[in-house]
Ligand binder design. Structure first.
Ligand code: ZN
Length: 627
């Protein structure tokens, strides 16, 4: 609560400082405090939201949310309008301080949606006012995925979840939808019984008998972290402050899988300071969730494809947990600065994994990340070289275009290089200060570069790292670290033996292999004949693997070597229909397309598409030329 008050004070002070200055000066200081966000219509330098009370009724049959968003808006003298972002919302009425006003919708932009202009009474000083927007959502709202009972584990009840990042919050809440604008919120949500509602807030652990749920989020967050899920859910504790929600039949497997979560939180805290959000819970969603995870504060949303039965894919939890610092606490100011969220998080995820599972394990993750980086650099260098810059310009494009290995893996390797150049003690001390001094605030690429070059690095270190080239130039600097993993040495030897003399790895060796070692093996197979692939499948039964990462790597091997069996064909089809995680869809469809199976890929897609989330549909429509 103290944190909240001081934060509100600092926001008000920043606004006041700006408004108190003359016109010329105020423009200068605004540029310093707010970076222009080309993906939002809001003008937060004039009027900005600070708190939301959301009241919504969830209609699972009509696929609609209906209710009102009551915003507290702070605005300066001579400001007469506050601007909100909306996307296909039906606005029914707008009240300012309780009285209806004549609002106006602006022209619709295909990426940004439609601005909503609400008139404000003129004031001679910094003022605040209540703006209440009555609205309902469109059945095709980009953030909302409505699942039929058949798309859930239990097959009995429908399910709803939101995905607000990057600019989809505006499709379910009229809001100032930029990552640089933070607000606290409370909510009253009504859902059909016996479903449970959860948000990125303080959450219930039991179902409410009347379907009414109240939420409170006392820490300020940007709109892309607004989240809601509704379904037949149950809770299991993992520790005093951590737990997991899932559909009841799947809950025991999830609780088993995530048993190390408390250790991860403690490992993270030992590196960069206290966890700032109270509880850390996980929600395991049905398989159509388009991402691996989404770092909704207090409640990470996760794909069920990481529940492998052997805890081998829990690095994803470390990643989402790391976002509690990088991203949720210190947030990218605009989507052009997205690498600040993701590069720092991949780096931090690796440190957490090292803390919990040891350096050899974390090294394998780093090597796989390096492989992904090299592949992406090669691909983009031909098709879109400017997209290999950390400091990307996404103006006029969907910010989703920036969700690539560049933000994640190039960002990670840049930070790894800094760590290797100056040593962990100095680097960790800097990062601890970075999170504590900028907590609940935003960061720009420019500001980070300034911090690195004026507060951390010597001129010699700046030159040897090549800070500016790493941030602003396309391609990959030649001093990019090349991680090495001892545990991959045995895999590489096995690959060599198979490549030269078709000697299969021995079962005594492979029984110790983790998912990561299997991925290294499958990704390292080259020029495989159809018969080779067949003998591998016979020996290791990849076609029947229950591990989604291994399966997808195997699908690619099979496609490039023209290996197919009726069982494999059926497995690919059922996997693509059941799973909506974009990370798996893209390489699988690509492998089919590039290996003479375009027609089959399109037939499966036509069948699977209705079950995918809008962001996955967007990517796959382009990939598969879907009209
Ligand atoms: Zn992330």
């Amino acid at each position: 609560m103290q944190l909240l008050l001081s934060m509100l004070r600092s926001i008000s002070f920043a606004l006041f400082a700006v408004f108190a200055l003359g016109a010329c000066q105020s423009t200068a200081s605004l540029e310093k405090t707010m970076k222009k966000d080309s993906h939002s219509f809001a003008q937060p330098e004039k009027a900005r939201v600070t708190h939301l009370h959301l009241q919504l009724e969830v209609n699972m049959e009509q696929k609609q949310l209906r209710g009102k968003a009551n915003w507290k808006v702070v605005y300066g003298p001579s400001v007469d309008t506050v601007v909100f972002d909306t996307d296909r919302l039906t606005i029914e009425q707008v009240n300012v301080n309780g009285a209806p006003v004549q609002y106006r919708m602006g022209p619709t932009d295909s990426i940004l949606g439609t601005p909503l202009f609400v008139p404000l009474p003129l004031s001679s000083h910094l003022d605040s006012i209540a703006v209440e927007i009555h609205y309902s959502t469109h059945p095709e709202a980009g953030a909302l995925q409505w699942l039929s009972p058949e798309q859930t584990n239990g097959k009995t009840h429908p399910f709803l979840f939101t995905q607000s990042q990057a600019i989809l919050a505006r499709s379910w809440i009229p809001c100032q939808d930029g990552p640089g604008i933070r607000f606290t919120y409370s909510a009253d949500i009504s859902v059909p019984t016996p479903l449970m509602a959860l948000m990125s807030a303080e959450n219930p652990q039991k179902k409410s008998p009347d379907g009414h749920y109240s939420f409170r989020m006392p820490q300020a967050i940007p709109s892309y972290l607004m989240a809601l899920a509704v379904g037949d859910l149950a809770f299991a504790p993992l520790s005093e402050r951590a737990g997991v929600y899932a559909e009841p039949a799947f809950l025991p497997a999830c609780a088993q899988e995530f048993v190390d979560v408390e250790k991860m939180i403690q490992s993270a805290e030992s590196i960069y300071g206290p966890y700032a959000w109270g509880r850390y819970d996980l929600l395991v969603l049905p398989a159509s969730f388009p991402f691996g995870g989404m770092e909704n504060p207090r409640l990470t949303f996760a794909t069920p494809t990481i529940v492998a039965g052997d805890r081998s894919l829990v690095s994803l939890v470390a990643h989402e947990l790391a976002h509690s610092w990088s991203g949720n606490l210190v947030t990218n100011a605009t989507w052009n600065d997205f690498w600040l969220n993701e590069g720092f998080t991949v780096y931090f995820e690796n440190r957490i994994m090292e803390g919990v599972y040891g350096k050899d394990y974390a090294d394998m993750l780093a090597v796989l990340s390096h492989g992904e980086l090299i592949e992406t650099i090669e691909e983009f260098s031909i098709s879109s070289p400017n997209d290999t810059k950390l400091d990307i310009d996404l103006k006029g494009r969907n910010p989703d275009d920036g969700v690539t290995a560049i933000a994640y893996e190039k960002g990670f390797h840049f930070l790894l290089l800094i760590e290797k150049t100056i040593g962990r003690p100095r680097w960790d001390a800097f990062l601890t200060g970075y999170f504590s001094q900028n907590g609940f605030g935003t960061m720009t690429t420019e500001r980070l570069e300034e911090l690195l070059t004026t507060e951390l690095l010597s001129p010699e270190e700046i030159a040897s790292i090549g800070v500016s080239a790493w941030i602003h130039d396309a391609g990959l600097p030649t001093n990019c670290p090349t991680p090495h993993a001892r545990r991959f040495d045995a895999v590489d030897a096995a690959l060599l033996a198979f490549g030269k003399e078709r000697i299969l790895p021995s079962s005594s060796a492979t029984k110790k292999w983790s998912t990561h070692e299997w991925l290294r093996f499958l990704q390292g197979l080259n020029d495989l004949s159809t018969a080779d692939a067949g003998s591998l499948d016979e020996a290791f039964d990849f076609t029947h693997s229950g591990n989604a990462e291994i399966l997808v790597a195997w699908f690619q091997v099979a496609a490039t070597s023209n290996y197919s069996t009726p069982e494999l064909a059926d497995k690919i089809r059922s996997f693509l229909i059941r799973v909506g995680r974009r990370k798996f869809l893209t390489p699988t469809y690509k492998a089919l397309l590039e290996n003479g199976q375009a027609e089959r890929a399109r037939a499966i897609y036509a069948e699977a598409r209705p079950g995918y989330h809008a962001v996955a549909k967007g990517t796959m429509d382009d990939l598969l030329d879907y009209r």
